[in-house]
Design a protein around this ligand. Structure first.
Ligand SMILES: Nc1ncnc2c1ncn2[C@@H]1O[C@H](COP(=O)(O)OP(=O)(O)O)[C@@H](O)[C@H]1O
Ligand SMILES: Cc1ncc(COP(=O)(O)O)c(C=O)c1O
Length: 270
């Protein structure tokens, strides 16, 4: 069997549900070898309402990690998650450009579930994401909040708004835009390639245990692209994978529940 390799450039989620922990376990579930460059460390405060503290890693340390996988090993696909600072966003864009990386999935993480989702964690990153990194994406995967920020639209409230946002984000230079409706818009996602809107639907699951959903979804897309699948095939497989992971999600504590990345292997789509 050929060995397919994927890289995640993302934050570490100390609670294990999202971030690089989600990405590497998803790569494993999808049969792809995973490597990582840690950009930030997120710690949740168990004494103060699960408050998220974000500790950035310095740019040179990120650069050395990227050299390890990109130059030292070689990769078939890459995804970015929480990047921590404009300097790290720019570094990721430079590495993609310099090494002509293919199969680039940009998950433009701006908020964490379990926090107030109207509160953007690092607003200074949005400008760099729009201008520097999104244009390099094979696929960019914003949720509703992130799609509004990237498209500079007011809050997104309908599937038509999602389509409008997808078109505006496509104009930034991304090849495909995947806007995720999530629990607010009936788990409908819109995939736009500049010509056609594909509507991806799944059953909406009544749960708040969705920590790690976005990371897991974009990591599954990345793994499928690493194996040579088309964007459409990759997104369809990843949608089935994340729907099963949400269906079988579990409680971590009084604040949060995480998606279950072994669910698709254990239960299929059921
Ligand atoms: N309650 C739910 N039931 C089914 N699918 C969901 C639910 N919530 C989110 N999803 C789906 O999970 C994937 C990740 O989306 P979302 O949770 O919006 O990402 P993020 O973690 O970036 O906010 C998308 O396909 C979305 O439509
Ligand atoms: C390091 C890191 N990346 C990404 C996220 C976003 O996670 P989700 O997949 O739930 O949107 C979080 C949320 O806590 C995080 O801690």
């Amino acid at each position: 069997m050929p060995l397919y390799k994927a890289l995640t450039i993302a934050g570490s989620d100390s609670s294990g549900g999202a971030g690089i922990q989600a990405d590497l376990t998803t790569f494993q579930e999808r049969g792809v070898y995973g490597m990582s460059a840690v950009t930030t460390i997120v710690a949740m405060d168990p004494y103060h309402n699960w408050f998220h503290n974000v500790f950035p890693v310095d740019v040179e340390t990120v650069r050395k990690q990227l050299d390890t996988s990109v130059v030292g090993v070689g990769i078939d696909a890459v995804k970015t998650g929480m990047l921590g600072s404009p300097a790290i966003i720019e570094l990721a864009a430079q590495v993609i450009e310099k090494h002509r990386l293919k199969n680039v999935v940009i998950d433009p993480v701006m908020v964490c579930k379990g926090t107030d989702e109207t509160e953007e964690l690092q607003p200074e990153n949005t400008k760099s994401l729009r201008e520097v990194l999104v244009p390099k994406a094979t696929v960019v995967t914003p949720n509703l909040f992130e799609a509004a920020r990237l498209s500079q639209m007011p809050p997104i409230q309908s599937v038509d708004d999602m389509k409008e946002a997808a078109a505006k984000i496509h104009e930034l230079g991304a090849q495909y835009v995947l806007v995720k409706g999530g629990s607010k818009l009936d788990a409908v996602d819109i995939l736009y390639d500049g010509n056609k809107y594909e509507v991806l639907e799944s059953e909406k699951i009544e749960t708040t245990y969705t920590h790690g959903a976005g990371c897991t979804y974009s990591a599954a897309i990345t793994a499928e692209l690493a194996k040579g699948r088309s964007v459409m095939e990759a997104v369809k497989t990843a949608k089935a994978f994340i729907t099963s992971a949400i269906k079988h999600s579990f409680r971590l504590n009084e604040y949060v529940g995480a998606v279950n990345r072994s669910a698709y292997r254990e239960h299929g789509e059921g």
